[in-house]
Design a protein around this ligand. Structure first.
Ligand code: CMP
Length: 140
């Protein structure tokens, strides 16, 4: 089993409802270790840059507006097969399709306000981690 790192963002709908601790507990129960964490307010430029891959999608403008509507918690999670383990505990993007026991089934409001983001591959995880954190800020 490979020890990996992945980038997680707890989104504004979750920080607004003060459930970041409940979400972190689900990550930890899934075997993931929070090795970096920072609560921040994204600028419009940062949100646009982070979601650049979605810039042609119809929901891009709404997504950026939502991601800057309140604080987010950016995190690096570490563990065995962390990218897949994190995606499994997050559940499907659309909470209507998320499995029981997942963060999105439990907490997400809709497909946009879906409480959490997670990297979709090891390669993207490395890029997304370096978007938010320097090596010195990640303490495993
Ligand atoms: P995330 O995993 O962060 O990746 C892109 C985000 O865009 C996604 O979670 C949702 O917050 C949002 N998103 C994806 N699909 C839609 C959609 N159909 N309508 C609105 N927002 C969406």
């Amino acid at each position: 089993m490979a020890i990996e790192r992945t980038l997680s963002i707890i989104k504004p709908d979750a920080t607004e409802r003060n459930i970041t601790g409940k979400i972190n507990a689900m990550f930890e129960d899934a075997g993931l270790r929070i090795v970096a964490q920072r609560r921040i307010r994204l600028s419009r430029e940062q949100a646009e840059a982070f979601y650049d891959v979605h810039k042609e999608r119809s929901f891009f403008g709404e997504l950026v507006d939502y991601m800057i509507s309140g604080p987010v918690v950016a995190q690096v999670l570490e563990g065995e097969n962390a990218v897949l383990a994190h995606r499994t505990v997050m559940g499907a993007t659309n909470p209507a399709q998320a499995d029981e026991g997942t963060v999105r089934k439990e907490f997400a409001l809709n497909v946009q306000e879906n409480s959490v983001h997670g990297s979709d591959s090891v390669e993207n995880a490395a890029k997304e981690i370096s978007f938010f954190f320097s090596d010195a800020e990640i303490v495993g």
